[in-house]
Design a protein around this ligand. Structure first.
Ligand code: GDP
Length: 327
């Protein structure tokens, strides 16, 4: 999106021994060629300061994080190191080395925990319910504190779940779209999930990056909720995804014994304790009135379209593999 607006784009990337670029490997080559990559880690304060003093970016999108809530329960300290320490490094580097930069920080709807009021907006109390959310809460308040104390242009984007065809495969939406694509191509292996009743507000990531950009074009820094205003369960996501391959799922049993069956009696969805979290955060539904009013932002992609985009993309990926195997 930034390239299409004519920006010079720099990104930071952690080196690994296989020299893979992670999800950036999914970007077309002509796009990658236009991005300057700097190898380093957000937990290395010197590295971040050096980059900022050298490049003096007009805008910074600070998305670097351990972003998987489930993993944060098993590895809380490394989540804190990256998500709190990393954010502090970015804020310090802006303050000391590039105070004219405008900073976007990826806060999260996870800050709401399990909200009693629905929908949620910028005034809804934060009650984090995972190490991930606790770390993001520290990030949120670091940004607010630096903004007020040092008069810096720093914004918090409180974004509800935003998904796409390059979502990590461990996240529930992609797990479902990949599983349905596999089953649609002849596999009988069921999709194994956790809490089917979790209620989330899922939107399309492409709509949200535009909102992030808009936050940095304002006259004054502020915090904004972005979401769709629509709530759906994991179960509904499963049903919508299977509809695309013309399978109607019927549910039987309850708890970990619940299964999703096709009309011809095949078990296509199972439940396992493995994918439940020690604490759930859900009951999410965004009230994005402030973003609509001040940013003129609203989501374009509806729930069913999001599911279709993700399932079709995974179906096409399998087709491409099959074709290349034939060739
Ligand atoms: P999150 O909202 O950032 O944690 O995104 P996830 O996609 O990881 O989880 C979304 C919701 O789906 C959470 O409420 C999970 O408890 C629920 N969920 C149910 N089954 C699964 C599963 O198999 N994997 C994941 N990741 N989440 C699941």
């Amino acid at each position: 999106m930034l390239l299409s607006k004519g920006y010079e784009v720099h990104g930071i990337l952690r080196r690994n021994s296989s020299m893979s670029k992670g999800t950036m490997d999914l970007l077309p080559e002509n796009i990658m060629k236009q991005i300057s990559i700097h190898y380093g880690d957000v937990t290395d304060g010197n590295f971040i300061s050096n980059i900022l003093s050298k490049e003096r970016p007009e805008e910074i999108y600070h998305l670097a994080a351990q972003s998987f809530v489930g993993y944060s329960f098993q590895n809380a300290l490394s989540t804190y190191d990256t998500n709190i320490g990393g954010t502090l490094n970015v804020c310090n580097a802006v303050k000391d080395s590039s105070p004219d930069s405008r900073l976007y920080f990826a806060a999260t709807s996870e800050l709401f925990g399990q909200p009693k009021e629905s929908p949620q907006n910028e005034l809804t109390p934060f009650v984090p319910r995972s190490p991930y959310a606790v770390a993001k809460l520290a990030g949120f308040w670091t940004v607010r504190t630096y903004r007020d104390a040092y008069r810096l242009f720093m914004t918090n984007g409180i974004l509800f779940n935003h998904e796409s065809e390059v979502r990590g495969p461990e996240f529930v939406t992609r797990k479902i779209s990949q599983g349905v694509a596999r089953i649609g191509n002849g596999s009988d292996e069921p999709i194994v999930l956790g809490n089917l009743g979790a209620v989330k507000d899922w939107g399309y990531a492409k709509d949200y990056v535009n909102g992030m950009w808009k936050m940095l074009q304002q006259d004054y820094p502020d915090d904004f909720v972005l979401g769709t205003g629509e709530a759906h369960t994991v179960r509904e996501f499963v049903e919508a995804a299977f509809t695309l391959i013309k399978i109607k799922i019927t549910w039987k049993g309850s708890g970990v014994n619940e299964v999703g069956l096709s009309e011809d009696g095949r078990t296509l969805v199972k439940v396992s304790r493995e994918f439940f979290r020690p604490l759930e955060s859900d009951n999410f539904r965004a009230d994005y009135t402030k973003a609509l009013k001040k940013l003129k932002w609203k989501p374009k992609t509806k729930f069913n379209d999001l599911v279709r985009i993700m399932v079709n993309s995974d179906m096409n990926k399998i087709k491409a593999i099959k074709l290349s195997n034939l060739a």
